[in-house]
Design a protein around this ligand. Structure first.
Ligand code: DP6
Length: 324
């Protein structure tokens, strides 16, 4: 029996304007649009092999055979792609991250972007970028932003057909660096998927969502103009707004650790002394500090010396998901 195989790589991304909450959970249609930057230094490499001689679907992550929820989520995504060809051939998915596992760095974006591209490639389907982004979105919302290159915007859309990400600037447009201060290495207790479903229980979510087109416009413009001070303002506001929603959900979600808040305050005080740096926090305690490339060494050194910082990773803007 024939064997079909393809390998793809994808970067995770850091959201400047966050995706939080779905209008349709099954289709992962987001409550609001979002903007992010791909992270070149972090990469997931995934090989997908459809092989009728293997007994069942298998998924290996960083050399470890996966079962339970992790396997089910990958198989559900593969089923979607198998459906495009009307096949049921078993699959072997082999995935490796080049960044430390358990560093608490969200990897579902890179994972589902690479998985989508490799699976589609293995089946010999040639799809436009928008369709790849739509498919990746079904696996993990933020994964749709890791398909196009550089700085990307996920247009919310109203249906499966028009909810996907496009590139708004190539990586070389702006030499920004994301310095990631790792303050927690363990897996987070509440995953994003569960968090999205709680968003609507916060009285602030509707206000946050209604204001998003304004923040998206500002963010897009600051990227176009490479205006770091304005970017810092909108990125921090957006992160604070999402965490305000999280903290006021039922049940309340508090992702920050004391070290997270200490870094937030440090970044604010550095900026007052003229150091261009801006923080943003996802659904975890680790904190991303954005700065122009020329300030990255200084910012990394400062972050490393703060209490509770276990490691500092850094990355410039990255390219699209690609077949290798
Ligand atoms: C806080 O894309 O990880 O990082 O679709 O359930 O996999 P699922 O959620 P996910 O959510 C990302 C949430 C966020 C903000 C963002 O990246 O926009």
């Amino acid at each position: 029996m024939p064997i079909f195989s393809a390998t793809a790589t994808a970067n995770p991304n850091i959201a400047f304007i966050k995706y939080w909450g779905n209008s349709n959970t099954a289709l992962r249609l987001p409550a609001n649009g979002s903007i992010s930057m791909n992270l070149a230094a972090l990469e997931t490499r995934t090989r997908v092999t459809f092989d009728s001689s293997i007994p069942k679907d298998m998924f290996d992550l960083n050399g470890k055979r996966q079962s339970g929820a992790a396997l089910e989520r990958v198989v559900a995504h593969i089923n979607l792609i198998r459906g495009l060809r009307g096949i049921s051939t078993p699959v072997h998915v082999l995935s490796e991250n080049n960044f430390p596992t358990g560093a608490g760095i969200a990897s579902s974006a890179a994972a589902f972007a690479a998985l989508t591209l490799a699976a589609v490639g293995a089946l010999g389907l040639e799809l436009p970028e928008s369709n790849l982004s739509r498919l990746a979105r079904r696996g993990s919302g933020s994964a749709c932003r890791s398909i196009p290159t550089g700085f990307t915007e996920w247009r919310r859309g109203d249906s499966d057909l028009d909810s996907f990400a496009i590139s708004i600037a190539p990586p070389e447009h702006w030499n920004l660096v994301d310095c990631i201060a790792v303050v927690e290495e363990k897996e987070k207790k509440v995953g994003s998927t569960e968090g999205h479903s709680l968003a609507a229980s916060s009285p602030y979510q509707a206000t946050r969502v209604a204001d998003t087109p304004r923040r998206l416009d500002i963010c897009r413009n600051t990227i176009q103009k490479r205006d770091f001070q304005a970017l810092a303002q909108i990125v921090e506001l957006d992160s604070n707004m999402m965490h305000a929603v999280m903290m006021t959900s039922r049940p309340a979600l508090f992702f920050w650790e004391p070290a997270t808040l200490n870094i937030i305050k440090s970044v604010q005080s550095w900026r007052k002394t003229g150091i261009p740096a801006a923080y943003t926090v996802d659904a975890g305690a680790n904190i991303h500090v954005l700065c122009p490339a020329e300030n990255a060494e200084d910012v990394k050194r400062r972050l490393s010396s703060l209490p509770g910082v276990l490691d500092v990773l850094s990355s410039q803007a990255g390219g699209p998901a690609r077949l290798v």
